[in-house]
Design a protein around this ligand. Sequence first.
Ligand code: NAP
Length: 294
Amino acid sequence: MEILDGKKISNQIKDEIAAEVAKMKENGEKVPHLAAIIVGNDGASLTYVGSKVRSCKRVGFESTLVQMPSTTSEVELLKKIKELNENSDIDGFIVQLPLPDQIDTQKVIMAIDPDKDVDGFHPTNFGKMALDMSTFIPATPFGILELLERYGVETQGKHTVVIGRSHIVGRPMSILMGRKGFPGNSTVTLTHSRTKNITQITSQADIIISALGVPKFLKAEMVKDDVVIIDVGITRVPDDTKEKGYYITGDVDFEHVSKKASYITPVPGGVGPMTIAMLMKNTLLARERHRSRK
Ligand code: NAP
């Protein structure tokens, strides 16, 4: 069994990006600038945004954090998005999800300039991805592809089972694993909460990408020997014995499943850090796009 070490690979990617940024600085060029909007003070969202801002510093990007109160109206948020769309100094930006109930998430995603949509959630970018056109691939699926590629995990002709059909992870992952090329050329089964006999399906899988958010959902008896496991799940489980009052766990019963797997991602230290590294990569791409349009 080999660990797919997202922490290590994400650090390599950040080093590569930092080297490119250093060259830009040497040449007196403008460095990439990422902005993030966060509405409200959800603990997990603040942690994610904090890591994104720290990663910008680490690679030498400029960053701007826009914090808005949980009472922010949809109109106010759309106005802020318009400002960022029009600000030529900003190459890309994200709106941290989830948003408070009074705000329509789809409307917000639609308002972002597709050329600055480094999360890759805008329908234009999602459509391009589905059509194999060059675009921003959502950071979590992009990170999973990069991990498979850098470890040379064979995907061609394999049966990939994706658990979860969210717009940000499961759905794009199912499209990307089935596309022509590497990583890809897989035969994909997309499963969700209405799937019947899921164990029958997972036990035939060569690769399982689990993104449902149910701690230890995937058990050893649900997988075959030598399976490749990508655990996207991140759940905070309350635990008074921990300093933070919780611990983080994935969708996979790591202790037992890892004994059968050929490759497996840990949680934490697997897909999570890859997601942030690929957001940096998308920001670099956004900056190149802007320069080529000028
Ligand atoms: P989501 O929007 O809540 O979607 C969950 C999906 O899982 C849904 O499609 C749901 O089916 C399916 N599901 C729920 N219970 C199921 C069950 N018992 N059997 C089969 N399918 C089931 O979640 P998400 O945003 O994709 O996130 C999933 C997990 O990944 C969460 O733990 C999240 O924190 C984590 N995450 C991690 C990263 C990272 O960087 N590592 C990034 C994003 C998300 P229905 O569609 O039928 O409801």
